[in-house]
Design a protein around this ligand. Sequence first.
Ligand SMILES: Cc1cc2nc3c(=O)[nH]c(=O)nc-3n(C[C@H](O)[C@H](O)[C@H](O)COP(=O)(O)O)c2cc1C
Length: 394
Amino acid sequence: MKFEHLFSPITMRGVKFSNRVQRTSMASGLATEDGNVTEALTERYIREAKGGVGALVVEAAVVIPSKSPYNIRLSSDEYVPGLKAMVNAIRAASPETKIGLQIMQFLKLSRSGWRQRVEDFKPEEIPQIVANHAAAARRAVEAGFDFIEIHCAHAYCLASFLSRANKRTDQYGGNLTNRMRLPVEVFEACRKEVGENFPLGVRINGEDFHLNGNTLVQSSKIAIKFAQLGADYVSVSAGSSFEDAVTPAEGHPPDPMSGYSGHRMSPGFWWPDGTHVFLSEGIREAVREAGYETPIIIAGKIREPAHAEKILAQGKADVIGLCRALLADPDWCVKAKEDRTKDIVRCAACNWCFDADARYEKVNCVRWPEGLLSCPENFGPAQARPGAIDKKLL
Ligand SMILES: Cc1cc2nc3c(=O)[nH]c(=O)nc-3n(C[C@H](O)[C@H](O)[C@H](O)COP(=O)(O)O)c2cc1C
């Protein structure tokens, strides 16, 4: 086989993933306003799973009852049946694909420009954060997911506790040991809920990419700690922070995707392919040196199967995370496996999808025919919508 590493299986706690491609979490805006699953959402995931990914991480499910329109939720038992039906439908369409769920607590925002900070949590409120994640983990198991990912990356609650920008003066802030305390408590509580036979991964930032953020120095230590706790994988992402967000327009909440760090999360066309591979390479080396074999996942503008194969062959990561590349062409895996690489509809890294998300719109791809919410079947070489990318700027 041409891409031997990419299409070799990997097993985590007895769960076998058929290849080394993980579709990373991607907010879609396709849930209902109150966080329920829709037909469009299920169709999106069915279409992606049918393209042959080993693992598919369903977008961040909110673990707290606060309002968060169009994000899926797991803040109460009432959301379990909808998610269960979706998982069953994806599994029926693609029995080989293992289906995961990212669980996430966000920090609250207001149109007045106010945003909740980690320093705002009173000490007596911290156990609730742990309990929220643990309850969501239990519900995800009930809904039939194959694995869970705890969201400790980007601008959300747990990543903000991990960040050097966390200036709490109690045991949950300040030095790195203290900043890791809450994510560690969350991980341990989730493990208790899901048991020893269920894969539980974490997503962290390899670098926050703002002045007060973590770098590889801190993220390596964070990854080692999760490896020591028995995390089944560490998925390495980057960026997205309120610290360097641009000042929002009047009546709009702050947007963690608006600054430099935000744009690092999903590198645009002006960044090189494999933008963040140096982060997974550094983290993997540190984790291996500490004596752990924990799989390290890397995403960030990896678009070509040959490039993905090389990253794995060179030991710079164990699993390749694809997000926008699979949105552009959900058949990426099937085409790579069948040696039809030239048929892959390339992600232009134009961030049409990213911009839609930032505007709280439904996320789709510039390369699909106008108006479609999912990639059409029999997706051949794409006809891009004109004007998506100005090649002169490359
Ligand atoms: C529209 C959009 C929504 C995203 N939502 C999430 C999310 O909910 N959770 C997450 O961990 N990452 C999220 N990401 C980041 C992706 O998972 C991925 O790490 C990033 O886009 C880089 O990978 P790529 O170059 O393959 O797209 C999102 C990215 C985009 C473009």
